[in-house]
Design a binder for this molecule. Sequence first.
Ligand code: GUN
Ligand code: ZN
Length: 647
Amino acid sequence: MAEFEIVDRDGWARLGRLRTPHGTLETPALLPVVHPDPARQAIAPREIRARYGLGALITSSYITYRSPPLRDRAEREGIHGLLDFDGPVMTDSGAFQQHAYGHVEVSPLEILTFQDRIGTDIATVLDIFVEPDAPHAMAAEGVEETRRRAEEARAVRGGLLAVPVQGGGFADLRQRSSEIASELGDILAVGGVVPLFEQYRYLELVTVLAAARPHLGPAGVVHLFGTGHPMTFALGALFGVDLYDSSAYYKFARRGRLLFPEGTVALDTIREEICRCESCRRLPLSELSRAPPPAREVALAEHNLRISSEEMGRVRQAIREGTLWELAERRASAHPALAAALRTAKRHPEWFLAVEPESRRAYRETGFESFARPAAERFRARLRRSGRAPATGPTLPRLPLVPEFLERIPPSTADGAPIAWSCPTPFGLVPLELTELYPVGPALTESDYSEERPASVSPRSIGERAAEATGLPGAADAGRIPVWTARQIGTALAWRYGPEIGSRLDPGGWIGERSRRTGRLRTILTGSIPLFQIGNDGIPRPTFAAAERLHRALPSPHERVVVAGEAVEFVRAGRSLFSRFVRDADPELAPGASALLVGPDDELLAVGRLLLAPREMGAMRRGVAAVVSAHRRAPVPERSEDASDDL
Ligand code: GUN
Ligand code: ZN
């Protein structure tokens, strides 16, 4: 099994570390395709790493094998000697030549053992390249033949093995092929998609990825064959592509094309210096079309590789920041086919909810469709489940949920009936008291800056609007604040844990403490016992005392991560829970959620903040599954003002 560790995540994307015999690879990573013949390399492998920051390569074992001089050198000096490169090298098997020329002249076992012999870091099974338009029977036969070859390969290959996923355009076959690859392979390489890239059939690409992705084992490293264009990297990452291989940088260069994450530009149309990367500074673009073809091709390949490498860096950065959807949306405007593909992905939040993080630091609109991200759907689904979805009732603009506003808004009518205030937001109508929750609270939307928004949402103007809507006094009344606080607490807990939770946790009632600095609700207590801390995402996070109550109120497996017996003592004492010690996890939990960490007999050990999705826990052999935030032997937490602001 691959030595692969997840460090951070967003969508299906993982920021990961893959160990190979020639060093560790940080994923998502771009593996440029290099020709095994040094005389035919546009850019030497050593330079690719030194000047472009791309630490791993892919080359063709088939081309190497078929050329006696290359083969001799590779057999003598290894593939790293032939390439003069000592970083991780992946070798492909010749299936692409089968696609291009209709046949290959080597047996699957021969090319596999050859890859092994020349010391490749990642060997690839010689698969059957199933064309996207192949009929079902033919595609099914391709999947089965690929399976036979993968089984044969696994029996002889001890090192990392890439097993291709085929199946053409058929979801059932992509699923079967994904399951086979996950069983036999370390690298799960989605193949047969090059024609989709070449013909901008991104919509079909997305349906292939959606069919395959949930069935690719979490511990496997996902490779996508042929993703060359940088405008597609963010979309691929959303579907959890860890490795990309690209020959696009020189293929486009040969056709006089410049790659940008925003799209493709033909060199012969360029009159301005639209890029000042190192190679475009050396050979200005406005002069490049007059350069001799070999120099021009190299310059374009250099530009293309640099831009591709930078975009891969942006994808990794976006995963760290939780802004991958934003990046994918911005890139989707590069090509209408890409926009259509991303829109289709958003029509299927269920494709993502198993791995969708509970919250992120920011939520930034790039256009109207930004509000169809899976995070928005999760919010609405929880709102429906809570039984607090607003139907009728007066509305107010989004406002800070702090005393100087809340004291102006009557929570109930003159005869004591609660008034269901809500706010129209781009996510739909949201109960006033939930408007600071992720994604509604952190969302930065165009309407916040548009002309329709009242220039100042002031306590006074809100009071006037509230009075107008209800006929009740709009003047400040401090007596309303505790009512609002109680309602904020009850609704937030119902949203997070379900409609009945409030009475099951504490029939006696709640106390809310607000930050003295910001006025925002920060701590939920019962008596003097702190039960929940509320961070900037608005989500209540249980203390150990609350976890004990949740544990009693919610039957197993709800909200639980089950810790293996051997790790129980460590977790009880507050140490991080490693993935390999997870026995089970509630599939409803999301990465980033606070969960109950329990022993095999359901004894509550600790509260943990999840770094992995439930499906990944236990399946990943390396890495942390949850960081403990409170545990059984913890001292009673100090209640210092604003201490929770940094949560
Ligand atoms: N290169 C591009 N597509 C493919 C594929 O489907 N299989 C293999 N092995 N290599 C490829
Ligand atoms: Zn450039």
